[in-house]
Design a protein around this ligand. Structure first.
Ligand code: TYD
Length: 203
């Protein structure tokens, strides 16, 4: 049986990570690997309900409440989807994970970074991604790709997203072994070539 792998996809809204996740999924399946796709917030079941609140609730939401909802969804995703799949030797591709909370709630909403890290550890029960890709784009590219139809998070403003982007780059600097920054201003195929370079080193 193959050794399970946990791969996470990160970046600001509109960075193109979901397209890359789907391309990598096809590549791995064509090579005969068993894969599981999941996302945060909202892998499935209860997670989808938490996702709906986080993205669509139109009343006031405190920054700490927002954090706990993302974390609750994460615990559910780890326990019910990620860990069981990894135990079965599958490759889990997860659209957003702990680094989203550090980047968006920590750097973006300016909550205490050390506390967010501790809460992430509680939510994941110690499970860590084997590799994380941060798809880096400028704010201009991001906002062009997101367009006018924005969800609650996407309405957070330019300064917020600048902090989130810088936060992601700091996360990568702090953990270069796990976290790889991918220049996503390039074409879809050029971006995917950067992803494959790292993937072929670990599969
Ligand atoms: P989603 O539609 O999944 O965005 P995308 O397609 O860009 O991944 O919405 C998820 C939103 O939630 C996105 O704006 C990032 C945000 N988010 C956080 O703020 N903190 C978190 O911990 C997670 C997982 C997501």
């Amino acid at each position: 049986m193959n050794k399970g792998l946990f791969i996470t996809f990160e970046g600001i809204d509109g960075c193109g990570k979901t397209t890359q996740l789907n391309m990598l999924n096809k590549y791995l399946q064509d090579k005969g690997y068993e894969t599981v796709l999941t996302k945060e917030p909202g892998g499935k079941g209860l997670g989808e309900k938490i996702r709906n609140i986080l993205l669509n609730y139109d009343g006031e939401v405190s920054d700490r409440c927002e954090s706990f909802l993302f974390l609750a969804d994460r615990a559910q995703n780890i326990d019910l989807i990620v860990n069981p799949a990894i135990r079965q030797g599958k490759i889990v591709l997860c659209d957003r994970h702990t680094d989203s909370t550090l980047a968006y709630q920590g750097y973006g909403r300016e909550l205490d970074l050390a506390q967010i890290k501790k809460l992430n550890d509680l939510a994941t029960n110690g499970r860590k991604p084997d590799i994380t890709f941060i798809f880096d784009v400028s704010l201009e590219t991001s906002s062009k790709r997101v367009g006018k139809d924005k969800d609650r998070m996407e309405k957070s403003g330019k300064d917020f997203f600048q902090r989130v982007r810088n936060g992601y780059l700091k996360i990568a600097q702090n953990e270069p072994q796990r976290v790889k920054v991918i220049n996503s201003e390039k074409s879809i195929d050029e971006v995917f070539a950067q992803v494959l370079k790292y993937i072929n080193e670990i599969i």
